[in-house]
Design a protein around this ligand. Structure first.
Ligand code: GMT
Length: 371
């Protein structure tokens, strides 16, 4: 198949999933065309069957900001015409779903549009009054809409009164890349201390200050260090809090990292205290590395992290409970090893790339046949 993928190229779960899906599809012999603003994150070096079509930034004094949406739609029209795409797959409803639909109309080419919802697109963004009608239209006009968790499917159905089929195609992980053996040399990093890790885009909903506070509670009982990976609006507040608690030497703020598997695999526990999370791809990547996750019982996280089996879940903001579970894992080596093995098995058995990529292939074939 010739597949066009529209996605956000910046750091963020939806862009990661789109890039990983594209790589997997290309590896299975499909021709994959990314149509993005910027080079998709996590795509890495040249891979056969992958084509990148970057929408150029164009500005004119009359515009308040470069009209990226329009240049991306125009680029999609060009690609539709010259590459004879069989299907367009929009990741993140706003604006990619609408962009794909508009490009199809302008190009005058009959091509089905699949939209995959990732979470913030239909909760924080698409549900806002400023975007609501366009988002609802995009979902209705798409030939198929999928969601990355059962939680998100239900939430989107309710928010947009969406009555049609909305299949759940879970996010997946490349368990050959995210694996326990990928770990960097830990001793050098920790000096023999326990290692906690957090990865996110440091948006308020990730509650990165909770991560620091849980870490403080843990440090009162055991020497430990914390890797904070990613960047975003809460970074200054997190750094200030770390300094004010006297923890700045125990926390490494590593910023955006392209290659996270070696760091993840070296960790003893991952902390993910988000107040909402449609899926929690970072948690799945940790599980694949054999790292138990202590997370909040929010959104789709319980579909990924089974409480008591591959980690622990607590109420959002229950720092004492998060610290208690983290200490339990650090202090009880046998428990940690058992959960680590379960974590890896769960990632391999339930969220492996081959299974879910084959589901996407079937879905594309269905919409192509029905179109
Ligand atoms: O978490 C974010 O803020 C980024 C966001 C995105 O769209 O890039 O992530 C969402 O999509 C990911 C991939 O499907 C999911 O794993 C994340 O849980 C989801 N984020 C939220 O729902 C907050």
């Amino acid at each position: 198949m010739r597949i066009g993928i529209l996605c956000h190229a910046t750091y963020g779960g939806s862009g990661v999933v789109a890039a990983e899906l594209g790589k997997q599809l290309a590896g299975r012999g499909h021709q994959v065309h990314f149509i993005t603003v910027g080079r998709p994150f996590r795509l890495g070096n040249y891979l056969p069957n992958i084509y990148i079509h970057e929408a150029a930034a164009f500005n004119y004094p009359l515009f308040e900001a470069p009209p990226y949406f329009l240049t991306q739609v125009n680029k999609t029209v060009e690609v539709l015409r010259c590459c004879q795409l069989d299907v367009l797959h929009a990741h993140y409803a706003v604006p990619h779903s609408l962009g794909a639909l508009l490009a199809r109309q302008v190009a005058g080419r009959p091509v089905p549009v699949v939209t995959t919802l990732h979470g913030t697109d239909t909760s924080l963004v698409g549900a806002r009054r400023e975007f609501y009608d366009l988002t609802r239209y995009s979902l209705e006009a798409s030939d198929m809409v999928t969601a990355v968790s059962a939680f998100l499917a239900e939430q989107s159905r309710q928010t947009f009164n969406f009555q049609r089929e909305l299949p759940v195609l879970y996010n997946f992980v490349d368990t050959r890349v995210f694996r326990p053996e990928a770990a960097v040399e830990k001793q050098q990093l920790t000096g023999g201390r326990d290692l906690l890790i957090h990865i996110s885009n440091f948006r308020p909903l990730k509650r990165v200050l909770d991560v620091i506070r849980v870490f403080q509670l843990v440090c009162k009982q055991r020497p430990a260090c914390l890797l904070m990976i990613g960047d975003g609006p809460e970074m200054p507040a997190a750094q200030e809090l770390a300094a004010s608690l006297g923890l700045h030497r125990d926390i490494l703020f590593l910023g955006q990292q392209d290659t996270v598997a070696p760091l993840l695999a070296a960790a003893d526990v991952m902390l993910l205290p988000s107040c909402c999370e449609s899926f929690g791809l970072a948690a799945l990547e940790a599980l694949a590395c054999g790292v138990p996750v202590v997370a909040s019982r929010a959104g789709g996280l319980p579909e990924v992290v089974v409480h008591g089996q591959v980690g622990f879940l607590t109420a959002v903001g229950d720092l004492a409970e998060m610290a208690r579970f983290t200490l339990l894992l650090l202090e009880d080596r046998a428990l940690r090893q058992k959960m680590s093995a379960h974590a890896r098995s769960r990632a391999v058995e339930k969220f492996n790339a081959a299974y879910w990529v084959a589901k996407y292939e079937q879905l594309y074939q269905t919409v192509i046949d029905q179109y």
